[in-house]
Design a protein around this ligand. Sequence first.
Ligand SMILES: Cc1cc2nc3c(=O)[nH]c(=O)nc-3n(C[C@H](O)[C@H](O)[C@H](O)COP(=O)(O)OP(=O)(O)OC[C@H]3O[C@@H](n4cnc5c(N)ncnc54)[C@H](O)[C@@H]3O)c2cc1C
Length: 381
Amino acid sequence: MTADLAGHARELAGWLRDNAERLAPWRRRPPGSLAAAVEHDRGLLALLHEAGWSRYGWPEQAGGLGGPVALRAVLYDELAAADVEVPEAYVILETLGPLLTAFAPDLAATHLPRFLRGEELWGQGFSEPEAGSDLAGLRTRAEAAGNGFVVNGQKIWTTLGQFASHAAVLARTGAPDSAHRGLTMLWVDLGQPGASVRPIPASSGRDEFAEMFFEDARVDGSRVIGEVGGGWAAAMYLLQYERGMYAWLRQAILHRRLREVAAMAPAGASPSSLAALGRAQRVCAGLRARSRTTVLRLSAGENPGPEISVDKVLLGQAEQAVFDAWRQLCWEAMAVDDGDLSSTLREEWFYSRASTIFGGAADIQRDILSDRVLRLPRGAR
Ligand SMILES: Cc1cc2nc3c(=O)[nH]c(=O)nc-3n(C[C@H](O)[C@H](O)[C@H](O)COP(=O)(O)OP(=O)(O)OC[C@H]3O[C@@H](n4cnc5c(N)ncnc54)[C@H](O)[C@@H]3O)c2cc1C
């Protein structure tokens, strides 16, 4: 990081040390109910907003304190380094916050401060039962009506959707065969008539995503994010943060987990499980180095474009390497220990299985790299 960022990081680390007692409740997320964890996190969001730390790197017009985007990366890194759990809400923030500030400044001015204070949570309404990797095939329709749209359709796998007040919904405003050209991104109030949200039971026991249903849900024209018909461009912009800044946020957490896993390793651990830990450390170091470059590029206003898929592939590898190392080193703790740390690691082991799926599946990322970055001929793969 540059000298200024390093100075900011030192100041923040000092604040975290000085406020260690106040921050103690957030060293570990309460295991069990996701609703309780989301509620618990709100207190930390409010505290970080009140102290100003979560406002750096966001535009002043949207309630931030300005400065480069990389200041947000410093926050995630320092929280994890100080053994404070990075609020899950920041994952959504890094996905939809940059979208709103770049494509809908008025919406950002209203909603970003509420999110930063822990008063609102949002959902990302892209995937549908028949459209995940093939997002351009989505079917949710937004028909022009008066000064806005009427939305009908279904979304699925919306992370934390059951706790969201609003969602960024990618809908078809063009002809059914208009593919990516006929899409528009809308900011939908989930509390309105015609919108309903249902959590999806997960095998991990942690129902972290939801389905959203829209039946004649009305959306005012002022709630278009970007341009009518410009939904694809808005989604591609957002993905750079979902794959880039998110990878940085996760690598910060993964490095904390690595420290914890290494400390749990039993005396006399087998050479193969120690090798798994070594591999996890190597993969996480690679992710951090790559992700640092990406964050600095985003911070300089660059659009890394399809190259961001490298970060997503590395993230999937690092997520799985860390929790597989834990499983190998501490099999008993994984299977039966209900202590706070084991519960957290078990939840994250489950989550790590999904890391090669969400935000664009790993096979798709490799295809993007092959086609659009390396420009390999199809027969050469
Ligand atoms: C934990 C988690 C959180 C999520 N959160 C959200 C969210 O908040 N909002 C949201 O909109 N979505 C969310 N998703 C959905 C996610 O974006 C999709 O699951 C993902 O895009 C894959 O789509 P799919 O599930 O329809 O799988 P499919 O597209 O059906 O893919 C299934 C498999 O086939 C492979 N495949 C598909 N097409 C090709 C191809 N052309 N070439 C090679 N291989 C291919 C894929 O790689 C994958 O392995 C989340 C998913 C998870 C797991």
